[in-house]
Design a protein around this ligand. Structure first.
Ligand code: 5HY
Length: 232
């Protein structure tokens, strides 16, 4: 089985981190093909960056289709371009926000999300509403860190995320916490140990969910909405 894991931003160090998390989650015999969106912004922080990431993201999805991948993970917590990716793809496609919050909804009756910048909060709230899980989401919080702070040696990003998770536990009375950025994937175990609450990373969750769906021989429906794009 081959699973394409695409980082829709253009920061290679984040792609490496994402691929490591996906490979750690995947079963033996599953090959993770990592990809970075060429020409995309170095980080996705809001609607404009998200739009600018789409051409590079979709080019990688098309290349993955050429390689015959069995499923695709879109490794950005904004879940950018999921519908368009599903139109191009044969196998299942899943964004890390959808994967993480749906996993959280099974593991707990309530969860909070900790993401990077305040401007990401309404984007994620809107996604969670669309996934029908607002009633289980206590709050979407921001650690007030730029996405690329997660790539800086010696930054205090991890401490800020830990502190925000601790506030979520104390104030939101949530039963689980979701990490709201692909770049946090390498912090999952440490954060859970430090805070004493289940912490869910969307890269790992999405990888295993795609593996499960593809393993059942399931593919994206081509009846109507996700049919291949019309030729013009
Ligand atoms: C992400 N941005 O997962 C999102 C999340 C965020 O470049 N990768 C990004 O923090 O907005």
């Amino acid at each position: 089985m081959k699973i394409l894991v695409v980082n829709p931003n253009s920061t290679e160090s984040m792609t490496r981190k994402i691929v490591e998390a996906a490979e750690a989650a995947a079963s033996p015999g599953v090959t993770i093909l990592g990809a970075t969106a060429a020409g995309a912004p170095p980080s996705i922080e809001g609607h404009f960056d998200e739009a600018m990431s789409l051409p590079g993201l979709l080019a990688q999805v098309a290349a993955g289709e050429e390689q015959g991948v069995d499923g695709i993970v879109v490794a950005c917590f904004d879940d950018p371009g999921i519908g368009a990716c599903r139109e191009l793809a044969t196998g299942p496609v899943l964004g890390i926000c959808e994967a993480a919050v749906k996993a959280a909804s099974i593991l707990a009756t309530s969860f909070s999300v900790v993401t990077t910048l305040p401007r990401a909060v309404p984007v994620i709230e809107h996604l969670i509403h669309g996934y029908g899980l607002s009633h289980q989401c206590r709050r979407v919080r921001s650690a007030a860190i730029p996405v690329l702070a997660l790539e800086e040696e010696g930054s205090d990003a991890r401490q800020k995320i830990r502190a925000e998770i601790q506030r979520a536990v104390e104030e939101d009375h949530c039963e689980a916490v979701v990490l709201g950025c692909a770049g946090m994937a390498d912090l999952t175990t440490w954060l859970s140990q430090e805070t004493g609450i289940p912490v869910i990373d969307g890269v790992s969750a999405a990888t295993r969910m795609i593996e499960a769906l593809a393993g059942c021989g399931l593919q994206t429906s081509k009846i109507n909405a996700y049919a291949h794009p019309n030729r013009k």
